[in-house]
Write a protein that binds this ligand. Structure first.
Ligand SMILES: Nc1ncnc2c1ncn2[C@@H]1O[C@H](COP(=O)(O)OP(=O)(O)OP(=O)(O)O)[C@@H](O)[C@H]1O
Length: 448
């Protein structure tokens, strides 16, 4: 029978050649109920009331414990929030420093403290960086992007690629807030829905977009002169270089960049082969890499519930809805179809939920996300489209209605880490609940 440990152990390779060989940390073995790991009798239909009550207790306890002891974490050298320097010591321009403080950032996180001196050094250095979800990577590369702009030149100098529309918008908003005291710096989105008049050239200093639109503007129509870009940021770099569509487009863009363009690759995860590939396309990069056992965050507590079939999964989710919605929750499904089905069924059963999937238009998607950010909706059902980068501070619970699997139907550990990283942002506590549909997963072909 399928065991959760199959997922935990399926990708145990060391993080880098010659690096330690400590296996990936195990998902804490907290069974919501041991009985769910055992085959049930045919008459037994649903998860029992006792099991649900235990699950509810876990969620409630997690929510109560959700205290943000950020200062304590800052002093712990093993924490991703640990830093010994102040933002002043990172030699940011005064107006950017003001922006950082206006955002309420008191001290840098580990990745910010480590990456920024290299990103801002002269001559510019290339970097491939890894840091856990929610630990301030966006702020790190956005500060570097803003620092590198020469506002006197009226053409794009910085290009940042994101895998999704929502993430590009979010990054643009962070950049806008951080540069609130630098009104001379102009930022432009290159995403679906944005248009440029034929024959014109972009004049904004920073372009933040998705690969398809940037190919249109930079490669096909030449609204954007890629040959003048001095800083190229690849956010969620591993998925951008490993996923077929993104890869083709990112490479077409990459090919037109000047040889001395500074490259900044960021992600919370890099599989070994993806890292090797990244190293092959970025010349002499400074690499910041996590050990395998550092990739998951201690502040996110992970649980799983063994469910025998769809009915049990639905039962589990419907029964924990009440506690889940005390905070804010994101429920991940494998397909749009499941997400729509679940949203509809839960709504019919009287549970208020929002749905965000690739079926919606980008405007609808951003509006659903805005409402969720504002707390107007407490439970959001979605797919992998929101698995990476999206930062909604108040998300206390992530539920994997379906565990993530890749195109070959193998456990997708990277997506798992990104999904659960939608909670536990910047040292906050979070809970991840995995509904393990043992019987269906059991049918998947075994890894070699
Ligand atoms: N130095 C800081 N002090 C306080 N809060 C910070 C600091 N840096 C970032 N944050 C906040 O922490 C949260 C997570 O940051 P961010 O989105 O940059 O993380 P990330 O590492 O890019 O995450 P992901 O891997 O999910 O893309 C954001 O809400 C951000 O505003």
């Amino acid at each position: 029978m399928f065991q959760l440990s199959d997922i935990k152990l399926s990708k145990q390779s060391p993080t880098s050649p010659g690096a330690n060989t400590v296996p990936r940390p195990q998902i804490p073995p907290v069974h919501v109920n041991e009985q769910h790991t055992l085959p049930k009798s045919d008459e037994e239909e649903d998860i029992s009331a006792a099991e649900i009550s235990l699950l509810q207790k876990i969620v409630r306890k997690g929510l109560v414990e959700n205290k943000h002891d950020i200062e304590v974490q800052r002093k712990d050298p093993t924490s991703p929030l640990y830093s010994i320097k102040s933002f002043e010591e990172l030699r940011l321009k005064p107006d950017l420093l003001k922006g950082v403080y206006a955002m309420g950032f008191n001290a840098p996180s580990k990745i910010q403290e480590t990456a920024l001196p290299t990103l801002l050094a002269d001559p510019p250095q290339n970097m491939i960086a890894q840091s856990q979800s929610g630990t301030g990577k966006t702020a790190a590369f956005v500060l570097a992007m803003l620092s590198r702009v020469d506002p006197k030149k009226d053409y794009p100098q910085v290009l940042c690629l994101s895998p999704t529309y929502e993430l590009a918008i979010q990054t643009g908003e962070v950049a806008a807030r951080m540069s609130q005291f630098c009104p001379e710096i102009k930022i432009r989105y290159a995403v679906r829905g944005e248009e440029v008049p034929r024959g014109s050239k972009l004049q904004e200093h920073i372009i933040i977009g998705t690969p398809g639109k940037v190919v249109d503007w930079g490669v096909k129509f030449r609204f954007l002169d890629l040959g003048k870009i001095t800083v190229f940021v690849l956010d969620e770099a591993d998925v951008m270089i490993a996923t077929q569509g993104h890869q083709d487009q990112s490479f077409r863009i990459h090919k037109l960049l000047p040889r001395n363009c500074q490259m900044m690759f960021f992600s919370a995860t890099y599989e070994n082969d993806v890292m090797e590939f990244a190293e092959a396309i970025v010349s002499s990069p400074v690499i910041i890499r996590l050990k395998r056992e550092e990739e998951s965050l201690n502040n996110i507590k992970q649980y799983y519930v063994m469910c025998r079939n769809q009915d049990e999964k639905y039962s589990a989710i419907a029964n924990i809805y009440g506690v889940v919605s005390i905070g804010q929750a994101i429920i991940f499904c494998h397909t749009r179809k499941t997400a729509s089905w679940l949203a509809e069924k839960m709504s019919q059963d009287g549970h208020a939920v929002a749905l965000l999937s690739g079926e919606l238009t980008v405007e609808q998607r951003i509006s659903v996300l805005d409402r969720f950010r504002e707390g107007k909706e407490r439970v959001l059902i979605t797919t992998n489209v929101l698995s990476r980068g999206i930062d909604v501070e108040q998300v206390t619970i992530v539920v994997n209605y379906d565990l993530p699997i890749d195109l070959h139907r193998q456990p997708d550990c990277e997506t798992y880490l990104h999904r659960i990283g939608r909670t536990g942002r910047f040292g906050k506590s979070g809970i991840a609940i995995n509904l393990v549909d043992g019987f269906r997963i059991h049918q998947y072909p075994k890894a070699n």
